[in-house]
Design a protein around this ligand. Structure first.
Ligand code: PMP
Ligand code: GLN
Length: 390
């Protein structure tokens, strides 16, 4: 009656933890979304488009105005030269973009290299597309691959590699040397890279986001995925895009045309306006988030927690084992939300096998008072855990 890949799946950890947070009246530092309303100008643009512009089907690859705005944005920020008519497809969020890439580029039996910790949508979709996952394990504090690891992962059957940078949940970035090494293996094995770069604009400490599509040899074999939800702090909007050479875009669009065909036009107009004229948003947004990261980090350290380094995303990670917590991250996360009133995400949820199970991910895209109270509650959870587990 059901496809076994889906019938065996648990409910995603983000929904589980947000549900528990609501049930227990907890501060929700779990699922990643800002508590700020988002840029007013873009909200107004969406409202205006809803009443004043067409609400009928936009073109299947997306409004040309949005595709042109995406191309210009990447020309300015990442020095990419993109043809909006042949290399960009607007999707309903990065999630649909990922589905398009997996469904249209994987043939049954193809091996797909993925790195754990991984965003939980990847594996079921890769498997449903007939892909055979080859899973690697990245570890704190650096969360990087190396040549020996790649040698064991890539085989003659490798057709795809999936890369997420900045990486959710670790908040780490792959640098130019990491990407050059991976590109060498992609080229050698004629593999396509699917690059989930939804956090590309949420980068701190003067670090630069690097994109694999800009690495020599990768322009024709990379699918770059972006999300307006992350760029503008409007996570419910579900406006994303696929960027790829024309030959790849042609096949990606075959999947897109039968997944959603299109995405609400008012949101597309608003995102186009936001990208064309962002004002100082792309300076102010990361600067404010960096300050929030630093605030939560300082509050947690003051409570005696060991905080792992992170240079992007909405997330900061606590090393529970190094913070005097002697239970696994999943058990501790349940205790924290139920008994101490603060929700986080256990990083073990981002592994299918052999998890790193002593790290808790916290979302800092919140008001200062919420972060301060969250840190206090997490300290209370640690005390309760210590009393219960010796
Ligand atoms: N990939 C990663 C790594 C994410 O963190 C998220 C959402 N947080 C997505 C994909 C999904 O993005 P969207 O909401 O645009 O579908
Ligand atoms: N990407 C968000 C996070 O990592 C959650 C997305 C979702 O809820 N599906 O928290």
């Amino acid at each position: 009656m059901a496809n076994p890949i889906y019938s065996a799946l648990p409910t995603t950890i983000f929904t589980v933890m947000s549900g528990l947070a609501a049930e227990h009246g907890a501060i929700n530092l779990g699922q990643g979304f800002p508590d700020a309303p988002g840029p007013r100008r873009i909200l107004d643009a969406a409202a205006h488009a809803l009443t004043e512009k067409s609400n009928q089907y936009p073109p299947m690859p997306g409004l040309l105005e949005l595709r042109a705005a995406v191309a210009r944005h990447y020309a300015t920020t990442q020095s990419l030269e993109l043809d909006p008519t042949r290399e960009i497809t607007v999707t309903s969020g990065a999630t649909e973009a990922l589905a398009c890439a997996f469904l249209s580029l994987i043939a049954p039996g193809d091996e797909v290299v993925l790195f754990q910790p991984l965003y939980d949508a990847y594996l079921p979709m890769v498997r449903r597309a007939g892909g055979v996952p080859r899973l690697a394990r990245l570890e704190p504090p650096n969360w990087r691959w190396d040549r020996a690891m790649l040698e064991t992962l890539f085989t003659p059957r490798t057709r795809m590699v999936v890369v997420n940078t900045p990486l959710n949940p670790t908040a780490s970035l792959f640098d130019a040397a990491d990407l050059a090494l991976l590109a060498e293996f992609c080229v050698r094995h004629a593999a396509v890279a699917v690059c989930d770069e939804v956090w590309e604009q949420v980068v701190f400490d003067g670090r630069a986001h690097r994109t694999l599509i800009g690495v020599p040899g990768m322009r024709e074999r990379t699918v770059k995925i972006g999300s307006a939800g992350k760029m503008f702090g409007l996570t419910g909007w579900k406006v994303g895009w696929l960027v790829a050479a024309p030959e790849l875009t042609r096949v990606l669009s075959k999947a897109h045309q039968f997944l959603t065909f299109t995405t609400p036009p008012n949101l597309q107009w608003a995102v186009a306006e936001g990208l064309e004229d962002p004002g100082d948003w792309f300076e102010v947004m990361p600067r404010d988030l960096q300050a929030s990261r630093d605030r939560l980090s300082a509050a947690l350290r003051a409570e005696g927690f060991s905080v792992l380094p992170g240079s992007g995303t909405y997330f900061l990670n606590v090393d529970l084992a190094a913070s005097g917590v002697h239970e696994g991250d999943a058990a501790f996360a349940l205790r924290a939300v139920k008994e101490a009133g603060v929700a986080g995400i256990p990083v073990s949820a981002f592994y299918e096998s052999d998890p790193v199970a002593h790290v808790l991910r916290l979302c800092f895209a919140k008001a200062d008072a919420t972060l301060d109270e969250g840190a206090r509650r997490l300290a209370r959870a640690r005390d309760l855990s210590r009393a219960a587990v010796r």
